[in-house]
Design a protein around this ligand. Sequence first.
Ligand SMILES: C[S@@+](CC[C@H](N)C(=O)[O-])C[C@H]1O[C@@H](n2cnc3c(N)ncnc32)[C@H](O)[C@@H]1O
Length: 154
Amino acid sequence: MFNSWMLGHDACLMLADRLRELRPKVAVEFGSGFSTALMALYCEHLVSLDHDRAKAAPWPCVTVAPARGGTYRTELPDGVEFALIDGPPAKRYGRHGTFPHLWPHLTVRFEVWLDDFDREYERSIVADWSNRFPLDVRRVDTAKGLAVITRKES
Ligand SMILES: C[S@@+](CC[C@H](N)C(=O)[O-])C[C@H]1O[C@@H](n2cnc3c(N)ncnc32)[C@H](O)[C@@H]1O
């Protein structure tokens, strides 16, 4: 059932545990799939984005929008408490635009997870985001590496 495009099973279990605690009112997912079903269980309002209608998860919370500038070209909801960044496909489109796109929509106590943090590309974009925004970043030990990004405590 699991394939290499999906969040690893370890990250899925952590995601379910964390969302069960947080119960976000508004959540956004960049890159739909199995993780969408998981997030929908615990998030009151979920917006999931995908660039590819054929690959997108087949649920009403999924919006298909073009991938450009390292994000999806669509409006985001306000009051985002939790986001998972697992798209657009990094090698083809990049993901560098996702966090800057999200930033004006985040609540004060947001939590953003970025998958594939052990790849050089994801490391470099998080370093760039940390230079531009007041962020704390923590690596969580999963098979692909996971960055947990929160607002820097003042
Ligand atoms: C990393 S995947 C997202 C996976 C999703 N978050 C999950 O855990 O199930 C990012 C994007 O890759 C695309 N994708 C999914 N499966 C694919 C496949 N087998 N081949 C090519 N692209 C795929 C989809 O458009 C998806 O939004």
